[in-house]
Design a protein around this ligand. Structure first.
Ligand code: SAM
Length: 293
């Protein structure tokens, strides 16, 4: 069975009484070269298990099952579960679970998999929920070998942007704190059924085993990143003041300059390292302010 053939996909969907559900972001890949390339490049030497989010028709799940010891594939759409039983009937190492990833405790689900070896994430993400899923994966702190995801091309631009580029934003800096992001391949809209409105790209995030920069307080770092991009037109001290109302404008400006950064810069020019240095100065000032209360 050719799981990337549009005719086969339509016929089997019809046989199971299913149609493509837009609300779940169902755009299935129909290009075998692309599916193989994603499956090939999503893991490291040590990877034994791949977690797929959104199995859909099962084409990527199948290619993953051919390459890795275990595949755990989540799928929110109850209707697709019996269909996946059919399309993946030969893939005994692929386990499909009917679940909404955002309501799934991935640590619990993957506890045994992590004990058995490396775990990587591979997904052609539903566009309506790309960023929340990425943040869930990063916030989980699970030691994935890597996270490889297909996202809208414009989201890939943002994830992989360098400081100073217009695409560089809070998600870039946040992701950059956890790992290194690379754009692997561009995927035109015509390689999906039904075709989405925009082109896509595959990005791979290699999570740091040891982060190159570690702030004194992570929560403060994340507040700094949010505030810096919250008010893009403002200079950094002004933008940060809006996010750190408990400190005076003067204290915030000092934190910026003490971190070795000019007070007239904007957040989008700063690296994660810069944000960390500012965050550490702010952490000190927050503690001092707290002690004076
Ligand atoms: N992996 C298939 C492929 O590459 O052709 C399908 C990808 S399609 C873009 C996204 C899939 O994710 C759909 O099958 C959709 O039903 C599923 N999905 C959407 N939201 C989900 C969620 N919250 N949790 C798990 N799966 C979800």
């Amino acid at each position: 069975m050719n799981l990337c053939d549009p005719r086969t996909i339509k016929d089997i969907m019809t046989a199971f009484g299913l149609s493509f559900r837009k609300e779940f972001g169902q755009n299935f890949l129909t290009d075998i070269g692309t599916v193989e390339a994603i499956a090939e490049s999503c893991a490291g030497d040590n990877t034994k298990t791949v977690l797929e989010i959104g199995a859909g028709f099962g084409s990527l799940t199948h290619e993953l099952a051919l390459r890795y010891e275990n595949v755990i594939a989540l799928e929110i759409d109850q209707g697709l579960i019996p269909l996946l039983g059919y399309t993946l009937s030969s893939d005994k190492n692929a386990r499909v679970i009917e679940a909404d990833v955002t309501k799934t405790d991935l640590g619990e689900l993957l506890a045994d998999s992590f004990k058995a070896g490396g775990v990587a994430v591979c997904a052609n993400l539903p566009y309506y929920i790309t960023t929340p899923i990425l943040l869930q994966l990063l916030d989980s702190r699970l030691p994935f070998d890597s996270i490889t995801v297909m996202v809208q091309s414009e989201v890939a631009d943002r994830l992989c942007a360098a400081p100073g580029k217009p695409e560089y934003g809070s998600v870039t800096a946040y992701t950059g704190y956890f790992g290194e992001c690379r754009r692997l391949l561009d995927v035109p809209a015509g390689r999906f059924l039904p075709p989405p409105k925009v082109d896509s790209a595959v990005v791979r995030i290699d999570l740091y085993k040891e982060k190159p920069v570690v702030p004194k307080d992570e929560k403060t770092l994340f507040r700094v990143i949010r505030a810096a991009f919250g008010q893009r037109r403002k200079t950094l001290p002004n933008a940060l003041s809006a996010g750190f109302g408990e400190l005076s404008k003067q204290a915030v400006t000092e934190a910026v300059t003490e971190a070795g950064i000019a007070a007239n810069v904007r957040g989008e020019t700063l690296s994660v390292d810069d944000f960390c240095r500012i965050s550490d100065r702010l952490t000190e000032k927050l503690s001092a302010a707290e002690a004076q209360k």
